[in-house]
Design a protein around this ligand. Structure first.
Ligand code: PEP
Length: 253
């Protein structure tokens, strides 16, 4: 059985007080309403990590993640936050290669690869994001794009390293747009990702690795997305900012 995961990427939203309130509402609802086999990950801004880490300490259903990490171990990188720092405040997960990082901050596959390796070396679970643009899909290049993102940023890893990674398929045209991939499109790409991993690393690993869907997933469409054989949960942006909506998504398996 693969792990089911629903992660909430808050992006650059909420102040510290608002973040603590949101985290505590989600934690209470998850404690009361969600089965033990689903892992919930809260991914607030960096400034909230320590406080929310303290709030959820010891909670088995709710974990903490960061939205990004530096591609360097330490040193003169003003404004950057290292994987080691993130780990030291109690986070277990870190998003790498989110499309907003790739596009707005020009992070390419080699930078993403560096971040994945650093995350793993500090015992963080990378949530590795991949996804095609609308142009790439319209030109029929979506499988090729995902394949090269996997090849160039993940496939240098050893089997025992890749085993610790979570993949999130996030079509860029669906992120924050209100346009969701259809259940068919999501399943088709998740199956492609799993098959690509199988060809390189074998069936056991391919069947173990969780693949999440992200892109305008909400409490209304989550059920039909999560019902697909290769969809193991979601990476949720906008809808993770409302505790009721987010918890309803978590309950959509
Ligand atoms: C995201 O940013 O990872 C995301 C999926 O955003 P949204 O749910 O708002 O489309």
């Amino acid at each position: 059985m693969r792990k089911k995961i629903v992660a909430g990427n808050w992006k650059m939203n909420t102040d510290f007080k608002g973040g603590l309130k949101l985290a505590s509402e989600v934690m209470n609802m998850v404690n009361d309403e969600v089965m033990d086999d689903i892992q919930v990950v809260l991914i607030p801004p960096f400034t909230h990590l320590f406080g929310i880490g303290q709030l959820i300490k010891g909670n088995k259903k709710v974990s903490l993640g960061a939205q990004n990490c530096a591609a360097h171990i330490s040193g003169a990188y003003t404004g950057e936050v290292s994987a080691e720092m993130i780990r030291s405040v109690g986070a277990d997960y870190v998003i790498v290669g989110h499309s907003e990082r790739r596009h707005l901050f020009k992070e390419d596959n080699s930078v993403v690869e560096e971040k994945v390796k650093l995350a793993l070396s500090y015992s963080l679970i990378p949530i590795f994001c991949c996804g095609e643009s609308l142009d790439e899909r319209n030109n029929g290049r979506h499988f090729q794009i995902i394949n090269s993102q996997l090849e160039e940023a993940l496939f240098e890893l050893e089997k025992d390293e890749l085993l610790k990674v979570v993949i999130a398929y996030e079509p860029v045209w669906a992120i924050g747009t209100g346009k969701t991939a259809s259940p068919y499109q999501a399943q088709e790409m998740h199956h492609f990702i799993r098959t690509t991993i199988k060809e390189k690393y074998g069936e056991d690993l391919a069947n173990t690795i969780p693949i999440l869907y992200g892109g305008s997933c909400n409490a209304k469409n989550a059920k039909e997305l999560f019902a697909n054989a290769d969809v193991d949960g979601g990476l949720i942006g906008g809808a993770s900012l409302k505790s009721r909506d987010f918890t309803d998504i978590v309950k959509s398996f």
